[in-house]
Design a protein around this ligand. Structure first.
Ligand code: ZN
Length: 274
């Protein structure tokens, strides 16, 4: 099934009609009908079921195949639904469902954390012709927050630099990544992050792919790059370990849906094609 998703151009509540689709959240968790949970790739996470609760938050995300889709934040789990970690759901979802749930989760987070003007403290109001909230007192506009990050795989001959983060619960190794600082280019941020975290200087950064990542609002810009100089010297506040792995002997890698995995696979293919 093809899913055509179109954003609604403003922050408005969803309408309650029999056709309207709802995507339910309880805080950071997604609420699903139990039959969906083992088969996220094939069964849609939204429903026409209307739950008999006062929503804490409701907004129209856009349309899916021409049907309005609203995001609803609830205070409790309604009968017939179960809660699931957003990350677990997304890592099993197909690309087009990933895109919609990703957008929904980011909008929900932003809307649930933006209530008052950060300049003067007045209650913010939706704007009818823009995807933003505005302060009726000082006209400050709050737009959905997006935090740009860089993520890169460093290549040295047949080996790739991969790291095991302190935050990972499994033995997984991934690419190095970090937030772009104010005033930096993406390439400068990539070089800085890899040097800070691993003591390695890079060269030839090549942009490959990006991915929005709703934990809570990153935009990951993915790069391939080459080793230039330096010895591994890891920042132990961020990383537990890091190493150069031969492409035929890679450790446990991130899930296929992640930009990290796409970068690693692209780097492996590049080495094999030489
Ligand atoms: Zn204000």
């Amino acid at each position: 099934m093809t899913i055509e998703f179109i954003y609604h151009p403003a922050i408005v509540p969803g309408e309650d009609s029999p056709q309207t689709l709802s995507l339910y959240f309880l805080g950071e968790r997604l609420l699903l009908k139990p039959e969906v949970m083992d088969n996220a790739e094939h069964i849609l996470p939204w429903t026409t079921d209307s739950v008999n609760q006062d929503p804490r938050l409701e907004l129209l995300l856009g349309s899916v195949n021409g049907v309005p889709l609203r995001v609803v934040g609830l205070a409790d789990i309604p009968p017939g639904f179960k809660d699931v970690a957003l990350r677990d759901y997304l890592l099993a979802a197909s690309d087009d469902i990933f895109r919609v749930v990703n957008a929904a989760a980011q909008l929900r987070y932003w809307r649930s954390t933006q209530n008052f003007c950060s300049r003067c403290g007045t209650l913010l109001k939706p704007i009818i012709n823009d995807r933003a909230l505005m302060c009726p007192s000082c006209s400050y506009r709050s737009y959905p927050k997006i935090s740009p990050c860089v993520i890169g795989v460093v290549r040295k001959g047949r080996t790739l630099l991969l790291a095991h983060s302190n935050r990972h619960r499994t033995a997984m190794y991934s690419c190095l990544a970090g937030f772009i600082e104010a005033g930096e280019t993406a390439e400068e941020a990539l070089a800085r992050e890899i040097f800070e975290e691993a003591g390695i200087r890079i060269k030839n950064p090549r942009y490959l792919v990006s991915q929005a990542w709703p934990f809570p609002h990153q935009l990951m810009l993915g790069y391939l790059c080459d080793y230039d100089s330096g010895e591994l010297n890891i920042d132990t506040t961020e990383l537990e370990s890091a190493d150069w792995f031969d492409i035929d002997n890679l450790p446990q890698l991130p899930a296929p849906q992640t930009v990290a995995r796409k970068l690693i696979e692209a780097a492996v293919e590049q080495v094999r094609n030489e």
